[in-house]
Design a binder for this molecule. Structure first.
Ligand code: NAG
Length: 163
């Protein structure tokens, strides 16, 4: 029966998502929407010294290597003193879903080596709506990349100051 099947699928999905998000202890992970970037901080006591993140988009999961980070608007920095690793993502980073430049949805996986095995933890999607409106042109400098955003509907007058 169709209804029975739907309930079966719903149950399966809910069990599934619970199984997937289980595992990251409370208080280890923080996600914050800032005006110009999205931030994830994870305790090093959980990740170990070499955490690996993946950016998850519509076409799959991409390992955030140094090169990928610089090309795609991500920045990963280890802060041994408060003891966490921080991932910052530009609102215009490659795998971020952008809805009308107003709603941005981020999705990441975190790989952690536990007992010699690599375990993948999907982090919950997070949607941010920055409260500060975008200026026609914005320049962002991160530790590993610089980003220039130009709003496309603004037409720049083309003339030369020097004449
Ligand atoms: C994360 O772990 C999976 C499974 O072991 C692996 O396929 C993937 O390449 C890893 N990603 C990163 C960024 O290390």
């Amino acid at each position: 029966m169709a209804l029975g099947f739907c309930i079966g699928v719903a149950l399966l999905l809910s069990l599934w998502s619970r199984a997937e998000t289980a595992g990251i202890p409370d208080g280890v992970l923080r996600m914050e929407c800032h005006d110009r970037y999205f931030m994830i901080a994870v305790d090093l006591s959980f990740t170990g010294d070499e955490p690996h993140f993946e950016a998850v988009g519509e076409t799959g999961a991409y390992a955030i290597t140094q090169q990928y980070a610089a090309q795609c608007g991500y920045s990963i920095n280890v802060h041994p003193l408060p003891g966490h690793v921080e991932l910052r993502a530009s609102y215009f980073s490659c795998q971020t879903q952008n809805k009308d430049d107003e709603m941005f949805t981020f999705n990441f996986n975190l790989n952690v080596t536990q007992e010699g095995k690599e375990v993948t933890y999907p982090l919950q999607d997070k949607t941010c709506s920055p409260s500060v409106p975008w200026s026609p042109r914005e320049v962002t400098c991160e530790t590993n990349y610089m980003e220039v955003s130009v709003r496309s509907e603004v037409t720049c007058p083309i003339w030369n100051k020097e004449g």
